[in-house]
Ligand binder design. Structure first.
Ligand code: SF4
Length: 185
């Protein structure tokens, strides 16, 4: 939530709308970690540079699920660097945020990740099977559009190239994905 409103948030005022943003952001983080925890414990895979940090964050999920009611509780989560995980469905990945490694911070000085400016080579990226499934579905949709006779040639070519790129990301995930050895989370 606050990643999408980082311009105003950068002022660091913590009252009013900013407190609400913090609570909603913390709840979104908890939802992301809960989904990740459930996926990993049922055999889903995870890949990309931040995969192990995402697994570590998911392991702490049961401690705070359902407990975010106050601004203080929200800040406890948002200030814990081990829990700063944001889903970025638009980019088919999750951001396991570490500001020291954040490539988006090199084009913006906000204090939260700029999910709308996510860079594909960032070390904070993790990708789950869920994201890989979304990649495949989106690639299939683009391929269908590219095959349509109503689409002009140059546009069809760009759609096909984009679809091939997404397929490549999915293939890389399938090659690299880690799976928990034991259901210990
Ligand atoms: S560039 Fe890195 S830090 Fe920024 S949103 Fe993407 S994964 Fe997160």
């Amino acid at each position: 939530m606050r990643t999408a409103v980082s311009g105003g948030y950068a002022a660091r005022s913590r009252d009013g709308i900013h407190e609400l943003l913090d609570i909603e952001t913390a709840r979104a983080t908890a939802d992301t970690l809960t989904t990740l925890h459930d996926d990993l414990t049922t055999g889903a895979g995870i890949s990309e540079p931040a995969a192990r940090r995402a697994i570590h964050a998911a392991a702490q999920t049961p401690a705070f699920v359902g407990s975010i009611r106050t601004h203080r509780q929200a800040l406890d989560i948002l200030s814990n660097p081990a829990l700063t995980v944001y889903d970025n469905a638009h980019s088919f990945l999750m951001c396991v945020y570490n500001p020291d490694r954040a490539l988006c911070q090199r084009i913006d000085t906000s204090d939260a990740p700029r999910l709308d400016r996510c860079r594909p080579t960032c070390a904070n990226i993790a990708r789950t099977d869920r994201h890989a499934d979304d990649l495949a579905q989106h690639a299939q949709s683009l391929e269908k559009q590219a095959d349509s006779e109503a689409v002009p040639g140059p546009l069809a070519e760009r759609l096909a190239q984009r679809a091939a790129h997404l397929r490549g990301l999915g293939d890389q995930h399938n090659r690299d994905r880690l799976i928990l050895q034991e259901p210990t989370l």
